[in-house]
Design a protein around this ligand. Structure first.
Ligand code: HEM
Length: 359
């Protein structure tokens, strides 16, 4: 009798909703020693999270780590996750989902800021000298799950088995990378004066839900350009395709900065990219998301999140040692030679190569 293939444990991608989060995006420095430090660190992440989390057992501390396409090639080489590619840009002019540098993502969540802060400190200490932080955002949960723009955010997120179904790569999909996920992040800054000058009814038509009670607008009044309409996807069978979001408000009122850190997990980048295309280009083109008239995406990166056992095994994997390691991951395709050097002989570190823009 053939045993069903089990999926390795995912990193804590869909956790309970927490009160705080820290998002750190960093580039990996160019030298071989830095790459070795980052690889070795992969085996420490879960242990550090466990140690810090034990200090407040009810604090729901967790950490998810992801790697960009370029970083994967430089750190680990082949085999690589089937759908990992550089962030694809969408839109043009004022309304653009732009790609920005980033090799490594840390998504740290807890119910207390001190837990997030302590884990971020411990994790970054071990990466000292090996990475350069290019963005760091400390997010907070705003009243009853309200985004910076005042609407409840996260309502239509799938939960439980559904969340796992939509975020975790199955054993039959990309066998060497089962248990993994893709995660896309964007940091948005809002024109809150402009947004607050709208009537509540106008805001509700932009989001597609009521503001106070968070109820979806009836189909006959909900515009096709509402945020909710443009981000609702169905597959060829008419079934909804969801992603798991855990956006966080952030800001510095003293400096007039008000933002939303968007983070979306899925088992393929495709649905998140389709949502971005619908929002930024429009569906049909021109019928774009009016939330973007009041929100500017200032960062954008795509990462692969390895399963928990693969993350730990990556500590032993070097592109130049292809084929020599990874006995711990079953059904992994055989290794290929190290990532090729780019034309100028460099390893194209931190570059955003080959990302076509969809306008
Ligand atoms: C400025 C940044 C953003 C803000 C403030 C924001 C806010 C919201 C709010 C208030 C809702 C309605 C409640 C809910 O179901 O969660 C929502 C829904 C949703 N958003 Fe966003 N969002 C932002 C960016 C994005 C991006 C970039 C994507 C995808 C690429 C996205 C995907 C979704 C999805 C899938 C839904 C659920 C739609 C449904 O099933 O009705 N959002 N968002």
């Amino acid at each position: 009798m053939t045993q069903p293939i089990s999926t390795p444990d995912p990193q804590p991608v869909s956790t309970t909703v927490t009160r705080s989060a820290i998002f750190i995006v960093a580039t990996v420095n160019e030298d071989a020693a830095s790459r070795a430090t980052v690889r070795a660190w992969c085996a420490d992440v879960a242990n550090l999270a466990r140690a810090v989390g034990k200090r407040v057992p009810s604090g729901n501390l967790s950490c998810v780590v992801g790697f960009s396409s370029d970083a994967w090639d430089r750190l680990f080489g082949d085999p690589r996750p089937a759908e990992l590619h550089p962030f694809r840009e969408f839109g043009s002019g004022e309304r653009v989902a732009a790609a920005t540098p980033g090799d490594l993502l840390l998504h740290i969540r807890a119910d207390q800021t001190d837990l997030c802060f302590e884990l971020a400190t411990q994790l970054m200490n071990r990466l000292e000298g090996a990475v350069t932080t290019v963005d760091e955002v400390h997010g907070f949960r705003n009243f009853d799950m309200r985004a910076m723009i005042g609407f409840v955010d996260g309502t239509e997120n799938p939960t439980g088995n559904d969340a796992e179904h939509f975020t975790v790569i199955g054993a039959d999909e990309d066998p060497g990378f089962a248990g993994g996920s893709y995660v896309l992040v964007q940091k948005y800054l809002h024109d809150m004066k402009g947004w607050n000058a709208l009537t509540v009814e106008a805001q509700e038509r932009i989001i597609g839900r009521t503001k106070l009670q968070d109820i979806e607008l009836d189909a006959d009044v909900k515009p096709s350009c509402s945020h909710s309409s443009l981000t609702t996807l169905t597959d060829a069978n008419g079934d909804e395709v969801k992603i798991v979001r855990d956006n966080m408000p952030f800001g510095r009122p003293g400096s007039g900065e008000f933002g939303t850190y968007f983070i979306g997990y899925a088992r393929s980048p495709a649905p998140i990219e389709q949502m971005l295309e619908n929002m930024f280009v429009g569906k049909p083109p021109g019928n774009y998301d009016r939330l973007l008239d009041f929100s500017r995406a200032v960062t954008g990166s795509l990462f692969f999140v390895p399963s928990q056992p693969l993350l730990e095994a990556l500590a032993e994997r070097e592109p130049s040692l292809a084929g020599a390691v990874d006995a711990s991951i079953d059904s992994q395709p055989s290794f290929e030679p190290a990532a090729a050097l780019s034309a100028d002989g460099s390893l194209a570190i931190g570059s955003l190569k080959g990302a076509p823009r969809h306008e």
